[in-house]
Design a protein around this ligand. Structure first.
Ligand SMILES: Cc1cc2nc3c(=O)[nH]c(=O)nc-3n(C[C@H](O)[C@H](O)[C@H](O)COP(=O)(O)OP(=O)(O)OC[C@H]3O[C@@H](n4cnc5c(N)ncnc54)[C@H](O)[C@@H]3O)c2cc1C
Length: 398
């Protein structure tokens, strides 16, 4: 397998770089690189820029408005946009629901929802997890009872990322209680402004409320909002998860984090010289860099295999574990590098144009918030413990 880019791929990379130079607003890149808080409007601005270029639904086939890229081109795009400091593409509509509707949705659902995902008319969120149904998703209890032309939904979802911004939520709901739990699940699209839907913020350890509880109290949903067949939801849920797990290694994010860490370690001082030269710190930095290079190579191997038509197997679990452990290690070293300035946390200072004094250098300000926020990396998208179980069965045959 050849891990070097071809001439065409290098030309493609240069085209992506030229586009980013011209189209990525400096204001957004500064916010991302400076660890500032992104608003809904920031994400929407970047989505609109990508959509205008035809580069928002990068996994979408051309017939649905995608650019028709292969796995390596998508990888190059992800790497370049992350390195340039572009806001991430909020995945729920573009990367999760879009592919589901293309495969399981009716023609009417595709015609209605897909263009609205791309042009930003609908902001989607993901209603899978419930209290008591996270890793063991099939035990979910939110019910949808058929009543004439509608379903009546009751129950609670949790950890709903950016649900406070969402116009709509795609949900796994229980439509039957007989047989195996997986057999009684359906996939339903629900308007967030339907009577009976309530969003309650959850404040996390970093002080942010990016996740929510979403409650459903006799919420009436048109039956035409069912995707696929009734009780086919588990198949759809699994299909969606394969899309959730693309770019799971997060190589670009780790590279950006490492670059930031090196910049900080060059400016901070220990025993009268730059921290980056202090043997104990330099050794840790070198170790994480080596781990990242090894993971980036493994990631490229899976990307090249995907481009050759092979479906990723348990390698995704390896990449999930290594990718998240490396990013958390970079976050821990960044906090260590800024020393006592990691202690004060002035939340308002993360807002653009905030009129508050940050304590310590600018680069220290997001260190603790990012460290705490990224504890999530080893939990969502299938916790690292669950990934280890998959490896033990699929690779080690235990
Ligand atoms: C920041 C954040 C954002 C999220 N966003 C969303 C979202 O938008 N929509 C959504 O639907 N969900 C979302 N989730 C939920 C996420 O998918 C779940 O948190 C995850 O699936 C784990 O489920 P749980 O929290 O219920 O933990 P549990 O499943 O209860 O697990 C608790 C602990 O037990 C371990 N464990 C569980 N089963 C096993 C096993 N078989 N073997 C070994 N160890 C095991 C886990 O690793 C974990 O350490 C989000 C979570 C977080 C933290």
């Amino acid at each position: 397998m050849d891990l070097a880019y071809t001439d065409d791929q290098i030309a493609f990379r240069d085209a992506v770089r030229a586009f980013l130079d011209e189209a990525l607003p400096q204001r957004l890149a500064d916010k991302v690189k400076g660890g500032k808080r992104l608003t809904k409007a920031d994400y929407e601005e970047w989505h609109a820029i990508l959509n205008a270029r035809g580069w928002l639904g990068v996994t979408w086939p051309e017939e649905f408005g995608g650019p028709g890229w292969d796995a390596i081109e998508r990888h190059i795009f992800e790497e370049e946009t992350t390195r340039a400091g572009a806001p991430r593409i909020v995945p729920f509509g573009v990367n999760m629901l879009g592919p589901v509707l293309m495969k399981f949705g009716s023609r009417a659902q595709q015609d209605h929802y897909l263009p609205r995902i791309l042009d930003g008319s609908d902001w989607w969120c993901q209603g899978y997890s419930e209290p008591g149904a996270g890793s063991d998703l099939a035990s979910l209890k939110t019910t949808a009872r058929r009543d004439g032309d509608s379903y009546v939904v009751n129950g609670q979802k949790t950890w709903t990322t950016l649900g406070q911004y969402a116009d709509k939520i795609f949900c796994l709901v229980r439509t039957a209680s007989e047989g195996k739990p997986q057999e009684g699940i359906s996939f339903l699209l629900i308007d967030m402004d339907s009577p009976g839907v309530e969003v309650r913020p959850i404040v996390l350890i970093d002080g942010e409320a990016e996740v929510n509880e979403v409650w459903f109290d006799d919420v009436k949903v048109p039956a035409e909002n069912l995707v696929g067949e009734e009780n086919q939801g588990w198949t759809i849920a699994k299909y969606l998860l394969t899309h959730e797990r693309t770019n799971i290694a997060g190589v670009g994010f780790a590279q950006a984090g490492l670059e930031n860490l090196r910049r900080i370690a060059r400016q901070e001082r220990a025993d009268g010289r730059p921290l980056i030269e202090a043997p104990f710190f330099a050794a840790k930095l070198a170790q994480v860099e080596i781990d990242l290079m090894a993971m980036a190579t493994t990631n490229l191997r899976t990307v090249a295999a995907a481009a050759a038509g092979q479906a990723p197997g348990a390698e995704s679990s390896m990449l999930k574990i290594k990718g998240t452990v490396i990013r958390q290690e970079i976050n821990a070293l960044t906090r260590q590098a800024v020393g006592p300035y990691a202690m004060p946390f002035v939340s308002e200072a993360l807002d653009e144009g905030a009129n508050v004094e940050a304590v310590g250098p600018d680069y220290a300000m997001p260190a603790t918030q990012t460290y705490f926020n990224n504890r999530k990396l080893s939990i969502y998208g299938g916790s690292n413990e669950v990934q280890r179980q998959i490896i033990s069965k699929a690779i080690l045959e235990l």
